[in-house]
Write a protein that binds this ligand. Structure first.
Ligand code: ZN
Length: 231
């Protein structure tokens, strides 16, 4: 936390991936003023979500989103697609009931996610760890979603993603680390951490032709607009 704050990363959203770790995220948010929490059940988690307990937990003042939720059709041995789709509906119902945005994980399920979001007009949120090209970016932007970019954009092979970073409307752009995953190119092989967001921010600012502080201003404003309880 000290490293993050001294690097200029002053607001963090800790994601929940199951009930226990969602409780952990909420506890962390109560402990550190820079941290806010999201609660949810990740598509690759085994076991069924305790939807009622997650909904109750989502009432906490420090909970700013339902996440990390979504669909992952690429992970070998992950839960069946039908089960994942069922869970997604349950997580969307919590978000709707609590009037919270969602943070969505997607691997190989963009068409199904577009269908699910379109079927829930009240759902708003962010596509976390965005890794697709501009056509899909536009589709999610048209649905009102934000795009969140991580260390992936710093990999030289990701030219298509860099184009999305350049084209993304200024009022829909977010940044994340996805710690402990999602390392920037220069930190391959080490566990990612919030302070390293700066690596991504430097490249995104360069691609958009603005300074890092300017990027910080607009990204912070976007985060507060989406995660309304985040201050
Ligand atoms: Zn994810």
């Amino acid at each position: 936390m000290e490293q993050a704050v001294s690097a200029g990363v002053t607001r963090l959203v800790a994601m929940g991936v199951d009930l226990e770790r969602s409780r952990g995220a909420v506890a962390c948010a109560h402990r550190y003023e820079e941290v806010f929490a999201a609660v949810g059940h990740h598509p690759l988690e085994e076991g069924e979500p305790d939807v009622d307990a997650l909904r109750e937990l989502a009432k906490d003042d420090m909970v700013v989103a339902v996440g990390e939720i979504g669909l992952d059709f690429e992970h070998i041995g992950g839960p069946e697609r039908d089960r994942q789709l069922q869970r997604l509906q349950e997580m969307f119902s919590i978000a709707t009931d609590m009037d919270l945005p969602v943070s969505i994980h997607n691997r190989g399920a963009e068409a199904e996610l577009v269908a699910a979001i379109s079927a829930h007009p009240g759902i708003r949120g962010v596509m976390h760890y965005f890794a697709l090209g501009w056509d899909w970016a536009e589709t999610f932007l048209d649905l009102g979603f934000y795009l969140s970019f991580a260390g992936l954009v710093t990999r030289p092979s990701r030219q298509v993603l860099r184009e999305v970073v350049t084209l993304c409307p200024a009022d829909r752009l977010l940044l994340e680390t996805d710690s402990p995953y999602g390392n920037a190119q220069k930190r391959m092989g080490v566990a990612n951490r919030p302070a390293y967001l700066v690596d991504t921010a430097e490249l995104v600012a360069e691609l958009r032709g603005i300074s890092v502080p300017e990027l910080g201003e607009l990204e912070g404003a976007n985060a507060r607009a989406l995660f309304r309880k985040l201050q």
